[in-house]
Design a protein around this ligand. Sequence first.
Ligand code: NCD
Ligand code: ZN
Length: 346
Amino acid sequence: MNKITLIKPDDFHLHLRDGAALASVVGDSARQFARAVIMPNLSPPVVSVAQAMAYRQRILDCLPESSGFKPLMTLYLTDNANRDEVDRVVDNDNVYAFKYYPAGATTNAEAGVTHIEKVFPLLEYMAEKDVPLLVHGEVADTGVDVFDREKVFIENVFSSLVEKISSLRVVFEHITTIDAVQFVEAASERISATITPHHLAFNRNAIFRDGINPHHYCLPILKREEHRQALLEAATSGSPKFFLGTDSAPHATGAKENACGCAGIYNAHAAIEIYASVFDKMNQLGSLEKFASKNGAGFYRLPLNTRKITLRKEAWRIPDKLAFAGSELAPFMAGETCRWKLVHEQ
Ligand code: NCD
Ligand code: ZN
């Protein structure tokens, strides 16, 4: 197969930032994706529907109307979130979910939930109102090995959460381990997961290839090859539980190439092209449309997009750097060859 046409895909996990950073990156996502679930980890975080709607407008203001891009907004769950805000989400057509970050687990997660028990009553109310929870599934305990934080989260938090509040719809975001794949497969149809291009394309060796590479540092951190293989199987399986979420998370080069480099990989410049390359390598291009354009819409109960995109098998070189908020960033796979290219949209 040298060419593939897909229903225009959606990105169910995206960091767009704000201000000049937002203006520099949002066009990349809008080119490839019709809709995107927008992460609320701004500083300060997006905790109310009013803030989410103002943020949504700032996103739309950066795009020409013809883009048709639809931001699906989310709220940042804190210990203090209340039922009124859940009601406001229910009444709002542009805000879709709450995002749960364990406090301190990742970039701008300081305001996250300190103990899951603190928000249990609210999660029960969300389940009653059918508002989904998006989970950063890692424990923030620095005493736990960084490569085990997802597995320990499943054992210590997630298992009892889905048991106690069985009617809550949950997306286990950016899964990285065989443990997460098996957990999601065994759970009810209310539990689904997103998978990033970088966790499909690379294992943890990428962080240490020829020296330390901060541009491959993200959270959850890249894992062993056996975990990557499990993610590839899940993404290409056709199961409606697994869908596309890039976790594209831009940081300026200076914040990455730093004595204390930030977690986050920018992949929005070529996300669908990298997913296509990965699926092609697996001889599974036929299941790309389900993963990229259908499964997530099904979970979020959104109509399928009417626009289409076409990708062609054509090698091209990913640029070494991109302009970013008056500075620059290093995009994922900078300087490497991508085997598929987005050629047009109908
Ligand atoms: C994200 C960011 O930079 O906002 N970083 C990351 O490594 N993925 C936060 C997150 O999703 O964990
Ligand atoms: Zn993220």
